[in-house]
Each structure stands twice: as structure tokens, then as C-alpha cells.
Design a protein around this ligand. Structure first.
Ligand SMILES: [Ca+2]
Ligand SMILES: [Ca+2]
Length: 96
């Protein structure tokens, strides 16, 4: 019985995590609204404010596109966002 409830809790946690992954929807990056971010969409959006060079944007895209199909899915985008946030927090000056 205990075993079953532990298994159920695990399933619920997995379901919650999956749900969290599809949170706010793809941002403005997805200009053609096909549910995926193409490299062109990503680079265009990233370089729009002039803070990121095209090269940097492409590098980020390649890192984020973990299955290397040329598009960022919602899951890939979310995972990349978390990674960037973590990296940013680490790199932030004044952070121990
Ligand atoms: Ca798209
Ligand atoms: Ca991909």
C-alpha cells in the first residue's frame, strides 16, 4: 500500500513538473505562432534590443536546441531559460 502511494506521489510530481514546463507560453519570440522558436525568430528577437550580437544569439540558440532539430520547443526554451537565469545569477557582480 505504501509503495503505491509513493508511486502516485511520484507521478503527481512528474505531472506538476511537466505542467510547470508549459507555463507562460512561448514569448514574443514565436512570431509565426507555430509553437516553436526557429533560429531566425530567436536571433531576431534576441538581437532586437542591441544587447546581444547575432553570434551570441546563435550560440545561445544552439545550446538551447538540445535535440538539434533547428527549433526550440517550449520545453527546450523553458530549460534554456532556467539555465540562463542560473548562469546570470552566478555571473552577477556582487554575488558571492
Ligand atoms: Ca515559430
Ligand atoms: Ca529542438
Amino acid at each position: 500500500m505504501k509503495r503505491t502511494s509513493i508511486l502516485a506521489a511520484g507521478l503527481i510530481a512528474t505531472a506538476l513538473a511537466a505542467h510547470a514546463g508549459e507555463m507562460p507560453g512561448l514569448p514574443s519570440y514565436d512570431t509565426d505562432a507555430d509553437g516553436q522558436i526557429s533560429k531566425a525568430e530567436f536571433v531576431t528577437a534576441k538581437t532586437a534590443d542591441g544587447k546581444v550580437s547575432e553570434e551570441q544569439a546563435e550560440e545561445k540558440f544552439i545550446k538551447a536546441d538540445t535535440d538539434a532539430n533547428g527549433y526550440l520547443s517550449q520545453a527546450e526554451y523553458t530549460a534554456a531559460l532556467e539555465a540562463w537565469k542560473a548562469a546570470k545569477a552566478k555571473a552577477a557582480p556582487g554575488n558571492p
